[in-house]
Structures are given as structure tokens and as C-alpha cells.
Design a protein around this ligand. Structure first.
Ligand SMILES: Nc1ncnc2c1ncn2[C@@H]1O[C@H](COP(=O)(O)OP(=O)(O)OP(=O)(O)O)[C@@H](O)[C@H]1O
Ligand SMILES: [Mg+2]
Length: 250
């Protein structure tokens, strides 16, 4: 059975998509079967893996509105399998909102994939939309990439409230996999204060931070995960270390 992980924070630009791509790649390097779901209508995960949304005839959109099976819209991307997104996903959300059991649509769509993958990583949009609620309802665990900036802490408070509601209403088994500090600059006092605050709020649940590096943006522009673009880079190694830690914690 798969471990389904929602990668989530409502705040924009906290490295959710970069984490989905690189953690996915690191798990695949460990011989795991990994399915990535691009749940964001911005399609940044799809583009960052070198797939052009405009070239696609089928995407997650069709799977969510019941016109295709999820595995029929999935594409191989190196060692990974990607369910791509398109801008059209926003209109799927409108159609979904009129459905019975509208929070459960992704859960139902993912059912046929559970036996085929060890990990299903869901890259969430930076908003609390119906798509995000579907991700939190389908997931077993959630992983929170959080910049070491004070504003990101506010996003976390908001997320905690959402998770409480999801646990009460649609998914009591949802649990925190951990908080991943991202874009961390160890030489900045503010970054270290935020890191300390995260560790204080989530004891034992904060992973080793991913340091700031322009190589991440460069790899995104090149349409590759950093693990593929610059496999020996310390940032790539940091995601391998994360993959090892989360593989141990079941
Ligand atoms: N550790 C890092 N150091 C420097 N830049 C990073 C790092 N991780 C990600 N980035 C860059 O930050 C930007 C935002 O990253 P990303 O798209 O993964 O964030 P996101 O949380 O998915 O954003 P959105 O909320 O818009 O979906 C990208 O340009 C990415 O290359
Ligand atoms: Mg993103």
C-alpha cells in the first residue's frame, strides 16, 4: 500500500513543489515506486519536471471530473510517475464543487494507484481550496515545507486550524509527517530564530533544514529536479537525507 503524503502550506513560494520533486526523486533513487500528483492549477511542479502543460491532452483535470482514470493521465518522468496539472484544473474545481462527496473525489481517484506505488506525494496549491481539502482528505500524512521567515509562521497557525477541521470532519487518521524548514540561511539571526521557534512548537517533528541555494531555481528553470540537475549538490544530498529519515519513520 502507498503512503500518501500531502505537501502543503497555504503560503506561496515555500518550496512545496521543489520538495515534492526532489523528495520524490530521492525516494525513487532508493528503489521506491513514486507517484507525484500536481494538484496546483499553476502547474509549477509539472513545468519544473520539464513537462509542458500546453502539450498535454490529458491531465489531472480529466481524472477529477471522472473522464479518465488517474493512471491513464499519468506520465513517466525519469524514475518517477507524474500526474500533471493544467491551468484548466481551476475549472475542474468548479465542477467538483457541485458533486456529492466533493471532498472525497481525489481519494476515490487514487484508489487504483495504491497497490502500484510505495509513495504518493501530492503537491498542493498555496490556498485553502477544494483541491487542497481533497488532498488532506486523501492523505495519511502531511509534510509542511516552511521558509525560515516569520511570515511563514503565520501560515502555519492557519494550517493547524484547517487540519483540526479535516481531522474532525473527513479524515481522522491524518497526521503530521513533519515540518521542513526551507531556504534556510544559517548566518542570519532571523532564520535561526524562526528555526528555534519551529522546533519549540513542533518538538521532534522538525526535519533538518534545506539551505538556501540558487541552484534550486536554476534546476527549476532547466526543468529538472536538483537531484538530477546537480546530483552532488549539498541541497540534493539534503533531500536524500530527508528521504532516508521519512523511510524509517513509518
Ligand atoms: N532551498 C531553496 N533555496 C533557494 N531557492 C529555493 C529553495 N527551494 C525552492 N526555491 C525556489 O523558490 C521558489 C519557490 O519554490 P516552489 O515553487 O517550490 O514553492 P511553492 O511553495 O511550491 O510555491 P507555490 O506556493 O507558488 O506553489 C522557486 O523559484 C524555487 O526554485
Ligand atoms: Mg508550488
Amino acid at each position: 500500500m502507498s503512503r500518501i503524503v500531502a505537501i502543503i502550506l497555504q503560503k506561496g513560494g515555500t518550496a512545496k513543489s521543489v520538495t515534492t520533486a526532489n523528495l520524490g526523486m530521492a525516494l525513487a533513487e532508493r528503489g521506491q515506486r513514486v507517484l507525484l500528483i500536481d494538484l496546483d492549477p499553476q502547474a509549477s511542479l509539472t513545468e519544473s519536471l520539464g513537462v509542458k502543460p500546453t502539450d498535454l491532452t490529458k491531465s489531472l483535470h480529466e481524472a477529477l471530473i471522472g473522464e479518465a482514470a488517474i493512471l491513464d493521465v499519468a506520465l513517466p518522468v525519469g524514475p518517477l510517475t507524474l500526474v500533471p496539472s493544467v491551468i484548466d484544473l481551476a475549472s475542474a474545481e468548479l465542477l467538483m464543487s457541485a458533486e456529492v462527496g466533493r471532498d472525497q473525489i481525489l481519494t476515490e481517484a487514487l484508489a487504483p494507484a495504491l497497490e502500484q506505488f510505495d509513495w504518493i506525494l501530492i503537491d498542493c496549491p498555496p490556498s485553502l481550496s477544494l483541491l487542497t481539502l481533497n488532498a488532506l482528505t486523501a492523505a495519511d500524512e502531511y509534510l509542511v515545507p516552511c521558509e525560515t521567515q516569520f511570515l511563514a509562521l503565520r501560515g502555519l497557525d492557519h494550517l493547524t486550524k484547517t487540519i483540526e477541521r479535516i481531522r474532525r470532519r473527513t479524515n481522522p487518521r491524518l497526521r503530521l509527517l513533519g515540518v521542513l524548514p526551507t531556504k534556510y540561511n544559517p548566518r542570519t539571526t532571523l532564520d535561526n530564530e524562526v528555526l528555534a521557534e519551529l522546533r519549540h512548537r513542533y518538538p521532534g517533528k522538525v526535519f533538518e533544514p534545506i539551505k538556501f541555494s540558487v541552484r534550486f531555481s536554476e534546476s527549476t528553470v532547466a526543468g529538472k529536479a536538483l537531484l538530477e540537475y546537480d546530483p552532488k549538490h549539498p541541497g540534493a544530498q539534503a533531500y536524500r537525507d530527508l528521504a532516508e529519515v521519512i523511510s524509517r519513520a513509518s
